[in-house]
Design a binder for this molecule. Structure first.
Ligand SMILES: [Zn+2]
Length: 249
């Protein structure tokens, strides 16, 4: 039996299935991993949250970087990996997706229950009045007049609804992610190097609480020894193969 076949077999007998996803699922949609060569942080330093608040120059650099990644996001589409997960949720086979990604591609594919640990780049939020705006309209404004936009309602500072370096993860989202992870009986960790917190501890937590752990990632991870199955291959291809066996059941 192939690994995909074995995983499908186990999956069909699981009740609490959770998928944790990182940048690797989105690189298959053509979104560069920020940290990889060619990614935005290969050539520029990310703007720390404290600097964003303190300095107009930092805010300008922040918006410049974000307008670059915005065009990557705008031109990308959900891929086979996102689509299989959305289908599994529809069919009642998957409870939730917990993601480190900010690109919204899980929702594009049709996933409803998505916990975004790092927020979303689809929205802009105002620090003054909590208003939310579409990222597209504000990015276009920035590119048109090369000025950092301010809130049309109150003149407050505008930033993407993402977690910046130096900013805390949202407590409520993290708590729910921990809860879902603890209750899982089958856990996929995909497209993450599983080095940075909380990615480093969530799969371990699932395993400690009795879940079967499947790691799918292009490269090795420090958690590979912990997993019941490890696959170093494309997420989209692997999930399609598992899905094919599931459908045949
Ligand atoms: Zn405002």
């Amino acid at each position: 039996m192939s690994k995909s076949h074995e995983i499908a077999d186990r999956l069909s007998r699981s009740e609490n299935v959770i998928a944790f996803t990182g940048a690797g699922i989105s690189t298959e949609s053509g979104i560069p991993d920020f940290r990889s060569p060619g990614g935005i942080w290969a050539n520029s330093q990310p703007v720390l949250f404290q600097d964003f608040l303190a300095s107009a120059d930092s805010r300008h650099e922040y918006w410049r970087q974000k307008s670059v990644s915005h065009s990557d996001f705008k031109n990308s589409k959900a891929n086979a990996g996102h689509q299989v997960l959305a289908r599994w949720e529809d069919a009642g086979r998957l409870q939730a997706v917990i993601t480190q990604n900010i690109d919204g591609l899980h929702q594009d594919a049709g996933s409803n229950k998505v916990l975004e640990l790092h927020g979303t780049a689809r929205e802009i939020m105002c620090f003054g009045c909590d208003a939310r705006y579409g990222a597209g309209e504000m990015t276009e404004k920035f590119l048109a007049d090369d000025q950092v936009p301010t809130c049309p309602a109150c003149g407050g500072l505008l930033k993407h609804a993402t977690v910046s370096f130096g900013q805390q993860l949202p407590d409520d989202v993290l708590e729910e992610a921990i809860q879902l992870t603890s209750n899982a009986d089958h856990y996929f960790a995909m497209g993450s190097s599983l080095v940075v917190e909380p990615a480093a501890s969530l799969p371990r937590l699932a395993k400690q609480n009795g879940a079967n752990l499947v790691i799918i990632n292009r490269d090795e991870t420090p958690q590979d020894d912990l997993a019941d199955w490890v696959i170093h291959a494309s997420i989209g291809d692997t999930l399609k193969a598992i899905d094919k066996y599931l459908a045949a059941k």
